[in-house]
Design a protein around this ligand. Structure first.
Ligand code: COA
Length: 429
């Protein structure tokens, strides 16, 4: 079967109500994504949000189209495979933001799977990104077994937590600042501003696609295609009255069972705001349990509680998978805290990051150069992606047989890669 692989931007006009109306090919592309993820067909408000965001983000919509569609095909002009990418930034620590090539909406119609369509789209997309000078690519995954073969390694993780906020709840010390409830549908500017400050300070954070404020504020609810009328929000003010954190949540009830407060998004630019918002959430009456599926792996809340056993981790989830495209640019931008050097051999089945590199760190900055010498430590590019932000250590991956190298070289590499904290990415996309 022959396929025509094409790429296009998101194209739309604006109607009298200011709504984005996609052209036919753009709408078909988004409807193919909805089908690929078994979602309902997209309706006008959802298309408005998705298309407007894709246009604002300068996204490339890739599709595979049948050159010879059979009669009674679903729609001969609808792609049988989709893949979207756009460029934003990754916080790599040390106050630096690295350009990041972000990939999502990867689908292949069941009748065309396992014929290499994903591989073709991925190879074209990553090659173009590397040729355009992007040092790193990222995606989130539906299944853990798909993307290692393309050089991606899991790099950040989130905790799903459940907090008992019954009468036993209390913080060891009262949180500072002040919390007020706000109209969730009217706080998009606050959401953008607080996230920007979070993104600037937190290693591991990826910048958010442009649709995010619509979802965080509940102005768009994918399940109803309408504003979410159950959404509530609160903001935290610091001592000077500046907003430095927000929470967006819903209170849900299963039949006559107990009510549960489910946090949709909680982002803060300070530790006071984080604990202050939790103190507020725990004080919401008629609710005895709060859930949050985006908590950091090292969560200050757990240790701020008078009784840490009120805090349970219900699941761990890998979030961002990284793929190094340019070893020199990526490693030179990274945060380093230990001086030292190593000759690193990177293996890459796609050839993009393959080579031997001398990494020399002095005064928290790395100088990275290609080398013809024998590497001291050899690793796969997927392992480099997992190590990059410090989400996992060399010591652990050594025990998983992820390296070749002498004990001495591996000890040196382990010290060199050390970072003081684990990364925190609060964004799924
Ligand atoms: C996942 C999906 C995009 C794969 O597309 P595809 O066109 O069938 O993939 P390809 O034929 O290009 O396969 C590429 C490689 O990935 C492997 N692969 C594909 N899907 C896989 C899966 N679900 N699990 C493990 N391996 C998988 C193939 O075996 C092949 O391996 P090889 O090249 O080493 O031999 C497709 O099955 C799909 O649309 N799934 C539902 C939506 C989804 O999960 N999307 C991913 C969102 S992150």
């Amino acid at each position: 079967m022959d396929y025509d692989l094409r790429a296009q931007p998101a194209r739309a006009t604006t109607d009298a109500d200011g709504r984005s109306v996609p052209d036919a090919s753009t709408e078909r592309w988004f409807q193919a994504v909805a089908q690929g993820f078994h979602d309902a067909r997209m309706r006008p408000r959802g298309l408005d949000v998705a298309v407007r965001a894709a246009a604002a983000d300068g996204a490339t919509l890739r599709g595979a189209y049948l050159t010879d569609p059979p009669p009674l095909d679903l729609d001969p002009h609808t792609p049988v495979a989709t893949f979207i990418s756009f460029d934003k930034t990754l916080n790599v620590g040390g106050g630096r933001l690295l350009p990041l090539h972000m990939i999502t909406d990867v689908t292949v119609r069941p009748t065309h799977r396992r014929r290499g369509l994903l591989r073709q789209m991925m190879t074209t997309d990553l090659t173009e990104a590397r040729d355009a000078g992007l040092p790193m690519a990222a995606l989130t995954v539906s299944e853990g077994s798909i993307y290692g073969r393309f050089g991606f390694g899991a790099a950040t993780w989130l905790r799903h937590i459940s907090l008992d906020t019954s009468r036993r709840f209390g913080l060891r010390d009262e949180a500072s600042g002040r919390v007020e409830m706000v109209d969730p549908h009217a706080c998009a500017d606050v959401v953008r501003d607080v996230f920007e400050r979070f993104h600037a300070r937190e290693r591991g954070s990826v910048d958010r696609p442009s649709w995010y404020p619509e979802w965080v504020t509940g102005r768009y609810d994918p399940t109803s295609d309408e504003p979410d009328q159950r959404r509530r929000a609160a903001v935290h003010h610091d001592g000077s009255g500046t907003v430095d954190g927000y929470v967006s949540y819903r209170v849900e009830q299963d039949g006559q069972g107990p009510r549960q407060l489910a946090i949709q998004d909680l982002v803060t630019a300070s530790d006071d705001a984080y604990l202050g918002l939790w103190q507020f959430l725990a004080a919401v009456d008629l609710v005895e349990n709060v859930t949050f599926s985006r908590a950091p792996m090292e969560d200050p809340l757990e240790f701020a509680l008078a009784d840490p056993r009120l805090y349970s981790v219900t699941r761990l989830e890998d979030v961002i998978w990284l793929r190094v495209l340019d070893v020199v640019a990526a490693l030179e931008a990274r945060e380093w805290v230990q001086d030292g050097s190593v000759l690193l051999g990177v293996r890459d089945a796609m050839g993009m990051a393959e080579g031997t590199f001398r990494v020399e760190v002095r005064d928290r900055r790395a100088e990275v150069t290609r080398s013809d010498r024998e590497p001291e430590v050899v690793l796969d590019v997927t392992t480099l992606g997992s190590l990059y932000l410090g989400g996992v250590t060399v010591r652990t991956l050594r025990r998983s047989n992820r390296f070749e190298g002498t004990p001495d070289a591996l000890d040196r590499f382990a010290r060199l890669m050390e970072l003081p904290t684990r990364p925190y990415c609060v964004t799924r996309y």
